[in-house]
Ligand binder design. Sequence first.
Ligand SMILES: C[S@@+](CC[C@H](N)C(=O)[O-])C[C@H]1O[C@@H](n2cnc3c(N)ncnc32)[C@H](O)[C@@H]1O
Length: 319
Amino acid sequence: MSRQSLRSAILAATATLDEAGVPSPGVDAEELAAHLLGVSRTRLGMTPLVESSWLEGYRSLVARRAERVPLQHIVGSVQFGRAHLVVGPGVFVPRPETESLVVWALDVIAGVTAPLVVDLCAGSGAIALAISAARPDARVIAVERSPSALAFARRNIVQHIDSGGTRVELRGGDVTDQRLLADLDGTADLVLANPPYVPDGTPVEPEVANFDPPEAVFGGPDGLTVIKPLISVAAGLLKVGGALAIEHDDTQGETVPDLLRARRVLTDVVDHQDLAGRPRFVTATRVRMVAADIEPPAAAAPPDGTRRKGLSRRGKLRS
Ligand SMILES: C[S@@+](CC[C@H](N)C(=O)[O-])C[C@H]1O[C@@H](n2cnc3c(N)ncnc32)[C@H](O)[C@@H]1O
C-alpha cells in the first residue's frame, strides 16, 4: 500500500477549506487530521506518512467541512475550559469567547466555600460543567428549555460524573418564568447566562445558520427578548453580595449594561470585552433592597449603534 506525506495532505486540505470560505482553514485541516489519527494537534509531527486508505477518510471529512458543517459536529465534541463536551445537531456549539465569562466567574467565587452557581440557558452544559470541573465543591444548577439541548446536557453531566466530577443539577424550563427557580430565590452566589442575543434577521455564517438551533442564537428583533426578563430572574436568585454575568451581542455593550443599571438591586455594573476587544459580557453585584426600593420598569433600549463591518465571533456576517 502506498504512503504519502501527512503535511502535503494537510496543505491540500487547507487550500480546499480556504476556497470554501472556512474562517480558519489551516487549524481546521490539522484538527480533522488529528481527530482521524486519534492524537492531539500538537502531536501531528509524530506521523510523517499516512496510508492512502487513511487519506480517503481524511478527504471525506475535509469535504464535509468544506460544506460548512461545523468542525465540532464532525469531530463530535469540543473542549470548553476544563469541560469536554459532546455536541451535535440540536445543541449550540460553545464558543471560545464565552470562556472569558467563566474565567471571570471563577475569580469571583475564588474565596467562597461551596458556592451556589446557577447557569441560565445552559445548552450543552458548557458553563455549568466548566465551573463544576474547576470548583468541585460548588453546587451548580443548569437551566435549559430545549429538549434536544437538555439531552446533550444530560449526557455531558453523566460523562462529567463518570470521569470523577461532582453532580450538576439540570432543570428543564423557561428561564424567563419568574416561578421556575423560586425555591432558589436569594440564595445564589453567582448567576451566569449566555442567552440567545443576536437580533433577528442578522446575517450569520453557514455553520450558525444551518447548524446552531435558531432559539439558541436569535433573541428577537433587538436581541433582548430573553435578556430583559432574565435580568429580573437573575437578580431575584442572587443573595446580597452575589454576582451576575450575562454574555451579550457586540452591539449591546451599552444597552445591556443600561438595563442592569436600571435595577436598584444591582450595583457595580461593568461591561467586559472578549479577546478580540469586542464588548462581550456584563457583570453586576446584588445589593440589599430597602423598603423604598421599587423596581423601575426595564430601561428602553437605546438605538442600535453603528454596525462594524466584518465577522463577529458568534458567526454574524456584517454588511
Ligand atoms: C447561546 S446558547 C448558550 C448555551 C451554553 N450556555 C453555551 O454557552 O454554550 C443559548 C441557550 O439558551 C436556550 N434558551 C433560549 N431561550 C431560553 C429560555 N427562554 N429558557 C431556557 N433556555 C433558553 C437555548 O435553547 C440555548 O441552548
